[in-house]
Design a protein around this ligand. Structure first.
Ligand code: FAD
Length: 497
């Protein structure tokens, strides 16, 4: 409420924010979470909370009037269509040289993502978070994060037989014939539920292609895990459709937080001011970076250091499709949850997820999201004339990612006698090099903050989300974001609360 004084305020309800809220509440601290997106707990007129990937409606996009699907074209036809402007679930945020996809709502990215829950290989961890003790992470915090998120593996026997993973088995065959290891990728999807979907005994979600705009069943998003536990403590309050616009030192100690209340068309309908003793920035890599860069530049938090806004990367994301021969059909029905990847990280700098193309028709296409060791890092800066925060990433900076992905797919194509699809990202365009699903960095650990996320320059301000991670995690990022948040909040509760 306007004028309230709260002990701990958390900006954002994604992975970092949910971990912070749960652990603070368990330690006896009252927590208020502020989330600009919707609660996503009420069905629409069709009885469903979320819309399907193939039929995006008002619920699909964050304040856009036209959809912006990651795959823009199919067989020569543009896919995007008009939708009413609404505080929908997926934000396709255009940052100049890159579109950054993000989840909006209580649960953040967990609402829209594929649920792939991957712990980096131990040998690669030193490059991911060089100042963090790897023993502690692998002995304590990665296991804690995996347990808290409900991570598990597909039943390998079921994988071999079920129609909806034919695309993945074809992906495995091609990988292995070209000499690459195929690895199963853990997920937070409830695999027993998916078995029942495939058997036709429960309402279908993954098997009906739900992904990107939310899953109506089966996926354990943060709403079912950390946030449910946090609410059960009775010490956590969540305010959806509220957006933090300012944080600055309060005269009597603590921080004054200014919050806009918005409606479902994105208009501000009220402004509230509260004072918080501690503020946790968990607005995601882009959200946290944009806030901090603006607050530093405009004088609200002038003592933040010069590392603010730096060290941003795209986790090397690049997408492509391959056209298979007619004997390598990938299946009309494809589960929207990927379950396998091709590991060429050490030799070629690429880890490629075998991804579904849940179109409902046979496409004879194999589709991949590669995570690559792209070394390029961008920086956020404040534009005083527009009042906006910009990111200087350039599309050409994906060139190293394409070269790394080609170490896998050129070899597969030459072995199979196949070619790349050129119709998925435009006309005559092979590479989906215009986007990322995995924004990371902007307030890097041990640079903008100390080694536990305490922002330099201000006591009681913390970063606890993907902004801490310097641009790459070698695999999908949310398990690492969660595990790092578990590590940091434990230290903060022990020493600062
Ligand atoms: P987020 O989860 O982004 O949460 C930040 C929250 O803060 C959001 O809810 C946002 O609305 C809110 N917010 C922002 N600004 C404000 C403000 N000013 N005031 C109030 N609230 C604010 N990762 C994986 O590991 N595996 C996958 O399979 C995977 N698939 C993905 C698929 C898609 C389509 C997308 C978009 C992402 C995917 N990711 C995946 C990435 C993963 O979801 C993110 O890395 C993760 O969600 C980031 O966590 P976070 O805590 O940093 O922030």
């Amino acid at each position: 409420d306007n004028g309230a004084h709260v002990p701990a305020l958390v900006i954002g309800t994604g992975y970092g924010g949910s971990v912070a809220a749960l652990r603070l509440a368990q330690a006896g601290v009252d927590v208020h979470m502020i989330e600009m997106g919707m609660a996503w707990d009420t069905p629409g007129s069709d009885g469903k909370i979320f819309c399907n990937t193939t039929t995006p409606d008002y619920r699909a996009y964050w304040l856009r009037t036209k959809t912006k699907a990651p795959l823009s074209n199919f067989l020569g036809f543009p896919i995007d269509k008009a939708v009413p402007r609404y505080t929908g679930i997926l934000d396709a945020e255009e940052m100049g040289g890159i579109i950054v996809y993000q989840g909006r709502g209580v649960g953040g990215g967990s609402l829209v993502n594929g649920g792939m829950a991957v712990t980096p290989k131990r040998a690669n961890f030193g490059a991911v978070l060089p100042t963090v003790n790897a023993d502690e992470m692998y002995d304590t915090y990665y296991p804690r994060a995996n347990a808290g998120l409900g991570v598990s593996l597909i039943d390998p026997a079921w994988f071999e037989s079920v129609d909806c993973y034919q695309f993945s088995r074809v992906g495995r065959k091609h990988a292995q014939r070209a000499g690459f290891p195929f690895v199963f990728v853990p997920d937070v999807y409830d695999w027993d539920y998916m078995k029942q979907e495939a058997a036709g005994t429960v309402p279908k979600s993954a098997v009906a292609g739900e992904i990107l705009y939310g899953n109506n069943a089966g996926k354990k998003s943060l709403q079912q895990t950390y946030i449910a536990q946090a609410k059960a403590t009775g010490k956590v309050t969540i305010s959806p459709l509220h957006k933090v616009t300012s944080v600055s030192p309060a005269s009597g100690g603590g921080y004054t937080v200014v919050i806009d209340q918005i409606n479902t068309t994105g208009d501000t309908v009220g402004t509230k001011t509260v004072v918080a003793d501690k503020v946790f920035f968990a607005a995601g890599s882009v959200g946290t970076s944009k806030l901090l860069v603006r607050l530093k530049a405009t004088g609200a938090l002038p003592n933040l250091n010069n590392e603010i806004g730096k060290g941003w990367g795209d986790n090397g994301n690049v997408m492509c499709g391959r056209a298979n021969h007619m004997w390598d059909a990938t299946g009309k029905v494809q589960a929207s949850i990927p379950c396998g990847g091709i590991d060429n990280w050490d030799a070629g700098g690429a880890f490629a997820e075998v991804a579904p193309l849940p179109t409902g028709i046979e496409t004879y296409a194999s589709f991949y999201l590669s995570i690559t060791k792209n070394p390029n890092r961008a920086e956020f800066s404040y534009n005083a004339s527009t009042g906006g925060v910009e990111l200087n990433w350039q599309t050409a900076w994906k060139a190293p990612s394409i070269a790394m992905a080609k170490t896998i797919f050129d070899k597969i194509n030459s072995k199979e006698g196949t070619i790349y699809r050129t119709d998925l990202f435009g006309t005559n365009k092979i590479w989906g090099d215009h986007l990322t699903y995995h924004p990371l960095g902007g307030a890097v650990l041990d640079k903008a903050t100390d080694n536990y996320g305490r922002l330099h320059g201000y006591t009681g301000l913390y970063v606890i989300d993907g902004a801490l991670i310097p641009g790459n995690t070698s695999v999908n990022p949310f398990v690492t974001i969660t595990a790092l948040a578990e590590r940091n909040i434990e230290k903060i509760i022990a020493t600062d609360m």
